[in-house]
Ligand binder design. Structure first.
Ligand code: SF4
Length: 183
């Protein structure tokens, strides 16, 4: 692996990622079908967060944008749960994960001299306790607001396969994926 890529992987692991890898973006499978899952609104964020569908944009355009990048630092975090109903534990693990996505984004930004990049997390943007969209105000932190891999139509199951990572990491754990695209 390229020295620069090895260094990115090492820094992501040092920052708290469970596993990390750099892959070509051409290996990331996307499908606009995932927009249908967002529209089903099981998470309750559809139309209620500036970084969730439909407000983040048309799925075709987002998929096209994603494929304009050359490489992706993909990583996963694994949170421990008390049991499979531990909703609070899942939320804490997701918050940890998305903080890590921002941190890894900063690491990549330095490595590529603050060139063009795109950070994608898991679930909706959790920067604010309540998204400004709920009161129809502008996004409070547009420079760090975080969209999700699913929002961009990424098939996260296939992403796990492409990186050699497990999609699920054992009983009473929750696994989240993130990626920082660059180049
Ligand atoms: S930064 Fe805050 S206001 Fe902006 S999308 Fe995220 S949660 Fe919403």
């Amino acid at each position: 692996m390229d020295d620069k890529f090895s260094s990115l992987v090492e820094k992501a692991l040092e920052s708290g990622a469970y596993r990390a890898a750099v892959i070509p973006v051409s290996k990331i499978e996307t499908d606009k079908y995932f927009r249908k899952l967002c529209e089903a609104n099981h998470c309750g964020n559809f139309g209620r967060s500036w970084m969730c569908p439909p407000l983040i944009g048309e799925i075709d355009e987002l998929i096209e944008k994603l494929h304009t990048f050359g490489s992706a630092l993909v990583f996963q975090t694994v949170g421990e749960l008390e049991d499979s109903y531990d909703f609070e534990g899942m939320m804490e693990a997701e918050a940890f994960h998305n903080r890590l996505v921002l941190k890894v984004g900063g690491i990549v930004a330095e490595e590529i001299d603050h060139g063009r990049m795109l950070s994608l997390g898991a679930g909706g943007c959790r920067i604010c306790d309540v998204c400004a969209k709920r009161s129809n105000e502008p996004c409070r932190h547009p420079e760090i607001a975080l969209a999700s891999l699913e929002g961009y139509g990424v098939n996260v199951y296939k992403l796990a396969e492409a990186t050699g990572m497990k999609y699920i990491n054992g009983d009473n754990t929750v696994t989240y994926f993130g990626a920082v695209l660059f180049g």
